[in-house]
Design a protein around this ligand. Structure first.
Ligand code: SF4
Length: 360
């Protein structure tokens, strides 16, 4: 098994070489832009299994556990090492978190926000390019650096290579003889590793686990924000299944297509705009259903597990429509609600096990 670097090791290694760190809330943002300023984005998806007592003084209890964890994590002093905090407007809850940081907590770190438009028109590309350029100008002001277009393009190219590697691993998952827990632990290093290091690790994994025959287990698709608690993978594998299709925000929804053009801000904007359909971009039910059916066909999956963080309204809006559409196309589905700070309930485990049995 490969040795996977931890977030903490990566942060201190990067800082030791004179770099800075930006803590990033979920989930779309122009990674290459930060790297051009020698700032390493380290994503904060919680973390899970946290005591979130501190966050309850600032946020209502009906806000999702991801947002509670991010705030509690900060309030417990765990983001001291970071120089910046970026909060994209992924959902109303994260927008609210951005306001709490900017207007009430006022941390020592610079807090940046980032708005992603909800459509895919030319005007949306133009809007997002300007939003990215605004971030660029803020970073110039805060760091005193001014990377030129050549430097920006260089980092965009490296990030695109890392995205290509992620896509290769996901698309060829059926030919990689590794269990889901370890597979996703490796994929998730993309949340904090510099792209160059992720490419190297992903390439080693591919060479180490690639086989000629497809895995002879039952393929399923997992959809949602993030696979927390990660024990879902153990349950799937123990029931002779494996995750062949990915519609997760941490991975499959961020398969950004490669971009072209002379303006780096437009390149970055187009990559995000043309990423796979998903809830935070307000894509239609039809577009999401089509995408799920294509994944199901490509991976020969007959079931979708919606692994949804409780109170994540934007995910729930789609679920009943998607499940109906999948059913009409012969694909079974199950909805499992999760709290990233709690273990999976025995009831959820049993439902998941029964669902997997029905697919065999
Ligand atoms: S789980 Fe949903 S509501 Fe919570 S931060 Fe993510 S997108 Fe927003």
């Amino acid at each position: 098994m490969l040795k996977i670097p931890t977030r903490t090791e990566t942060i201190y290694k990067f800082k030791a070489k004179g770099g800075k760190i930006v803590a990033v809330a979920p989930y779309h943002y122009p990674k290459a832009l930060f790297r051009a300023f020698n700032i390493l984005p380290v994503e904060v998806w919680g973390p899970p299994k946290l005591n979130t007592l501190e966050s309850k003084a600032h946020i209502q209890t009906y806000v999702c556990s991801v947002v509670h964890s991010i705030l509690a994590f900060y309030l417990q002093g765990n983001l001291e090492v970071c120089d910046f905090i970026l909060i994209p407007h992924t959902c109303d809850s994260l927008q609210g978190l951005g306001s709490i940081f900017l207007d009430f907590i006022k941390p020592k770190q610079k807090v940046l926000t980032f708005y992603t438009p909800r459509e895919r028109r030319r005007i949306d590309i133009s809007f997002l390019s300007k939003e990215i350029e605004k971030l660029y100008n803020q970073l110039c002001e805060f760091t005193g650096e001014k990377p030129d277009f050549e430097e920006l393009h260089r980092h965009i190219d490296i990030e695109e290579k890392a995205n290509k590697m992620l896509k290769k691993l996901l698309n060829e998952r059926q030919y990689l003889d590794i269990d889901d827990f370890n597979f996703y632990s490796i994929l998730r290093t993309k949340e904090f590793l510099p792209a160059e290091e992720f490419i190297e690790i992903a390439n080693d994994v591919y060479l180490m686990y690639k086989t000629d025959k497809p895995i002879s287990k039952t393929p399923v698709i997992v959809s949602g924000l993030l696979p927390e608690p990660m024990e879902i993978f153990t349950i799937i594998n123990e029931k002779n299944g494996f995750v062949a299709g990915d519609d997760l925000a941490i991975t499959g929804r961020r398969l950004y297509p490669p971009s072209e053009g002379s303006n780096p801000f437009v390149r970055l904007a187009k990559s995000i705009i043309f990423s796979p359909p998903e809830p935070s971009r307000g894509d239609s039910v039809e577009a999401r259903l089509k995408n799920l059916l294509e994944i199901a066909k490509r991976t020969n999956s007959k079931g979708v597990i919606f692994y949804i963080v409780t109170f994540c309204e934007q995910e729930y809006f789609y679920i009943s429509h998607l499940r109906k559409g999948l059913r009409e196309n012969g694909i079974k589905s199950i909805l499992i609600d999760t709290d990233i700070n709690q273990e999976l309930s025995q009831q959820a485990i049993t439902r998941l096990e029964v669902f997997l049995e029905t697919l065999q």
